[in-house]
Write a protein that binds this ligand. Structure first.
Ligand code: S3P
Length: 436
């Protein structure tokens, strides 16, 4: 378990690229494994999570060739997956487990999906329930947790009104819908990231979107396309990883950072609106469309952050960025308050508890609540370095590395390797940009 020591910085300067988007990489890899032929996926995420997906797909009979950040996945068509004699290991990745559950439910073989200690504690009932409505034979420990046993079967299309806003649940149902008879409809209670819809379209599935209602035609249903087609695709950089550099640069008046080739899909950019409202100086440059997604560069300068309240429908759109926002709280004028985010308690760690504990270790004043937290602003004093326990959670480790840059004294991040779940060279890139 490696420790990283973060020394205070004066400012951040330079250009940086972030790994390919994690959410998009998972989806491209899965659909490529269901397509006929070889899909070349460029700038594929270096995240351990996405490599868990690749290992599962390879165990299911897809050919996977990795050459730096280019991944070639050869699929054998929508009926081309084969049963794996060993359990499929999703590692730390909720997206791998929940999306694959949707695909595996419609196969003509049985599978077992497992994951690491953290993933085995995360709720799976949210995908088990709708998949069962589609006729899936799927079982979990206590009917909610991995390992999941899935006996593939012929699925039927459903109209599913999602009880919670979750892109993973939506995606599990849409992917299962490919293997169902008829047209599967999903209605979301609030907008969530739409990478699955865009990727399905890219690979040639028949999909329609109308507001928060999405319909996918089963591949065998006669109406839509009967197969998926292999594609060369470029994965945009991961905005959720870029956010750590945006936050770090914002902390110092003299910062000047450019982040290249970042995915700026409107279902992901709410974080940039939140930061802009707080006074951050972030500008999008050179926007262009690529295979349904949007990419551009981000120019970030130092700013004085006001802080504020994040709640309601915004929450699902910034869910992965909330750890970074909360850790910025003590550096803002009015502090940061997060409400309606109980979902944070069932992420890779209980993020509300992990944030409260580690912020307090650094001297911040924090009120922890069931659905969020309130972090006091600058007036309550400067943070000091401390030893941080990220609880094995990549986003907690990275958020506190950033907070440590502006603290008094050194900050030590325990078990810092966990950042590799989404961003393997995060610490070296952060150190490269930080002037001391
Ligand atoms: C993801 C959806 C979100 C997000 C996760 C990735 C995805 O989870 O937190 O990191 O790729 O679909 P939920 O769908 O559970 O909100």
């Amino acid at each position: 378990m490696k420790k990283e020591t973060i020394q205070p910085a004066k400012y951040l300067t330079g250009a940086v690229e972030v790994p390919g988007d994690k959410s998009i990489s998972h989806r491209y890899a899965m659909l490529a494994a269901l397509a006929e032929g070889t899909s070349e996926l460029r700038h594929f995420s270096a995240a351990a999570d996405c490599h868990s997906t690749l290992k599962c797909l390879s165990a299911l009979g897809a050919q996977v060739k990795i050459d730096k950040d280019t991944v070639r996945v050869t699929g054998h068509g929508t009926r081309g997956l084969k049963s794996s004699w060993r359990a499929l290991d999703a590692g730390n990745s909720g997206t791998t487990m929940r999306l694959l559950a949707g695909i595996l439910a419609g196969q003509n073989f049985a599978s077992k999906l497992t994951g690491d200690e953290s993933l085995q504690k995360r709720p799976m009932k949210r995908v088990i329930a709708p998949l069962r409505e589609m006729g899936a034979d799927i079982r979990g420990r206590e009917d909610n947790f991995a390992p999941l046993e899935i006996h593939g079967t012929q699925l039927r299309a459903i109209d599913y009104k999602m009880p919670m806003p979750s892109a993973q649940v939506k995606s599990a149902v849409l992917l299962a819908g490919l293997f169902a008879e008829g047209v599967t409809t999903v209605m979301e209670p609030a907008r969530t990231r739409d990478h699955t819809e865009l990727a399905l379209e890219e690979f040639g599935a028949a999909i329609e979107k109308n507001g928060r209602t999405i319909r996918v035609h089963g591949l065998g249903s006669g109406n839509g396309s009967a197969k998926l087609v292999a594609r060369p695709l470029d994965v945009p950089g991961d905005l959720s990883s870029a956010v750590f550099f945006i936050a770090a640069a914002s902390l110092f008046a003299d910062s000047n950072v450019v982040i290249h080739n970042v995915g700026l899909n409107p279902t992901r950019t709410a974080i940039l609106d939140v930061l802009a409202e707080m006074g951050a100086s972030v500008h999008m440059l050179g926007l262009k469309g690529t295979q349904g997604e949007i990419v551009g560069n981000l120019s970030v300068k130092g700013a004085s952050l006001k802080g504020g309240l994040i709640a309601g429908e915004k929450i699902p759109l910034v869910i992965d960025e909330l750890p970074m926002l909360a850790a910025l709280g003590p550096y803002t004028e009015a502090g940061i308050e997060i409400r309606d985010a109980a979902e944070l308690r069932v992420k890779e760690s209980d993020r509300i508890a992990a944030l409260a504990e580690n912020l307090r270790r650094m001297g911040a004043k924090v009120e922890e609540r069931p659905d969020g937290l309130k972090v006091e602003g600058r007036h309550s004093g400067k943070l000091h370095g401390a030893e941080i326990d990220p609880r094995g959670d990549h986003r907690i480790a990275m958020a506190f590395a950033v907070a440590g840059l502006a603290a008094k004294g050194n900050t030590v991040i325990r078990d810092a390797d966990c950042a590799g779940v989404s961003f393997p060279n995060f610490f070296s890139e952060l150190n490269r940009l930080a002037e001391r």
